[in-house]
Design a protein around this ligand. Structure first.
Ligand SMILES: C[S@@+](CC[C@H](N)C(=O)[O-])C[C@H]1O[C@@H](n2cnc3c(N)ncnc32)[C@H](O)[C@@H]1O
Length: 500
């Protein structure tokens, strides 16, 4: 009966890909067979949409809007998946890529414990600030707001906000001074550590809006009013080169003090509302570890968790360490550490180098080298992955890849994710449910069915496929891909697997 229903609900052909390789340039049989194999699990859904798989719904959401984390997903998505999982008070749910902490915070409100990982200190600040929501003393925050509104940078104050090369002169002079001053003031103030941390979150959430920059995936885009663009244009002009466009990437560059005060007031309103609301009073734990999940999961005990709700970085060249450079630097991270952090990212940028040797050493150091060998062997046995890697190599030779680092990124990305699936299977309890949000991608005219490929790895390590949700609205391609290879809609979705 279930099978029949699945077939009746079977998606239209629009969602099933027939041709993975533009102009049939590369071998694609494995991908085509995979598409046939998993088509019956594909559920085109309106339960999730572009807003709920992204940060958009959180923008207006109480608590979850405290950090504008554009890569986040919504609290609604987490609630739906927790219901589907049947997670109850006292269970442990994991988010291996916790970001702004949406999974952990929704779980906390439902009395569910969480374990989460992220390499970015921004996560630590955000999670600490949000997790304390029921404990803040309202008078203390009101007092803090008064103190901040009375802050005046003394004439004698000369310090500058710290910078690295890609953030240098990111703020107008007045903001530059105020941001440095409030940082020092916060460190020395008499407020509790939780309230100081809340102020830090409000500051880092304001940085972009009071700067000349705007986050743009792979890098920061700069406003033409910035010294950086003006200086570059002077040099270009002197060399007779084409000038950088004179566009305003931001309508307004806001006053830092004003925007920080707005953030604090916004947080205060949420805190007042939540402290009044009847909530789950069960004690919950949020166990956040600020390290790469790749090296941490092998240390987690077997059969611990009820489920996973997560979205890893996508395989799309998006560089978190560049887009969040302003925030990282403000938190005291220097250029070198940011470069190291970039290498710690799940391989999602063309700069990522292979982590396989380090991973082998790690498994060896914890007495698990056999496990490493077994997982790696299975990854190498995955024929779909092998076909994709061969196709990309052929595309490279043909000059179809606009960056040769794409091959290393794709290889690293799926190898690392597969290690994570293998470990998740081990640490999940029987009956657990694992949900990963991700997007399919296309490089050099080759489609990578991320949802199905990941599911094939998950099955190799023991998971059973439950549902592969795909959003009604699919994803387009980059203009370069479209011009060269035509347009193919790509699935965006959530893969759901179980341990039986
Ligand atoms: C798509 S975001 C997750 C957003 C999250 N679902 C939310 O609602 O805020 C992916 C996160 O993975 C983190 N990340 C990347 N590589 C990692 C690694 N090796 N270990 C742990 N976290 C990592 C990034 O820093 C980023 O915060």
């Amino acid at each position: 009966m279930m099978e029949q229903l699945k077939l009746i609900n079977a998606p239209t052909n629009n969602y099933i890909i027939e041709n993975f390789s533009a102009n049939n340039f590369c071998e694609q049989t494995e991908r085509q067979n995979l598409e046939k194999k998993y088509a019956k699990f594909l559920e085109v859904t309106e339960k999730f949409n572009r807003q709920s798989v992204s940060y958009q719904l959180n923008k207006k959401n109480i608590l979850h809007s405290w950090l504008k984390y554009k890569e986040g997903f919504s609290a609604d998505l987490v609630n739906i998946l927790l219901d589907e999982m049947g997670a109850k008070s006292g269970d442990w749910v994991m988010d291996p890529f916790i970001g702004s902490g949406t999974t952990a915070l929704v779980c906390q409100m439902r009395g569910i414990n969480t374990i989460g990982y992220d390499i970015m200190p921004i996560s630590a600040v955000a999670i600490k600030a949000k997790a304390a929501v029921m404990r803040y003393n309202l008078n203390e925050i009101q007092q803090l707001i008064k103190s901040v509104s009375n802050l005046v940078v003394p004439d004698s104050y000369q310090k500058k906000t710290p910078h690295i090369s890609i953030t240098d002169s990111a703020y107008p002079q007045k903001n530059e001074l105020f941001l440095a001053y409030i940082h020092d003031w916060n460190e020395q103030s008499i407020y509790s550590s939780e309230v100081k941390n809340l102020l830090t979150l409000c500051i880092i959430n304001s940085l972009e809006r009071c700067s000349y920059t705007i986050k743009s995936g792979q890098y920061l885009r700069w406003d033409c009013r910035s010294k950086k663009v003006q200086d570059t244009n002077k040099v270009r002009e002197s060399k007779g080169q084409k000038l950088l466009p004179k566009n305003f990437v931001r309508k307004e560059i806001l006053d830092s003090k004003q925007i920080i005060l707005e953030e604090l007031s916004h947080a205060l309103i949420d805190i007042e509302l939540l402290q009044k609301a009847p909530i789950n009073t069960t004690h919950t734990e949020i166990n956040f570890i600020q390290r790469s999940v790749l090296y941490e999961l092998p240390l987690v005990e077997d059969n611990k968790i009820k489920g996973v709700i997560t979205s890893p970085p996508y395989c799309n060249r998006y560089d978190y360490t560049r887009t969040y450079a302003l925030e990282l630097v403000y938190l005291g991270i220097n250029e070198n550490t940011i470069k190291k952090m970039r290498q710690e990212l799940l391989s999602c940028t063309v700069e990522n180098k292979s982590k396989i040797d380090k991973l082998r050493d790690h498994y060896s150091s914890i007495g698990q080298i056999d496990r490493f060998i077994d997982i790696y062997k299975r990854i190498k046995e995955n024929k779909i992955f092998a076909e994709i890697m061969t196709a990309l190599a052929k595309r490279k030779e043909n000059g179809d890849l606009n960056n040769n680092g794409i091959i290393r990124m794709v290889e690293g990305y799926f190898t690392e994710l597969a290690f994570i699936y293998a470990e998740l299977y081990r640490i999940c309890k029987t009956g657990a449910m694992v949900a990963f949000v991700n997007d399919n991608v296309r490089y050099g005219g080759e489609i990578i069915p991320v949802d199905f490929l990941c599911t094939s790895f998950a099955e190799q390590f023991g998971f059973k496929v439950k549902t592969i949700y795909t959003l009604k609205q699919q994803k387009g391609n980059s203009s370069q891909q479209m011009a060269k290879f035509g347009r193919v809609a790509l699935r965006k979705g959530i893969t759901v697997w179980t341990k039986e």
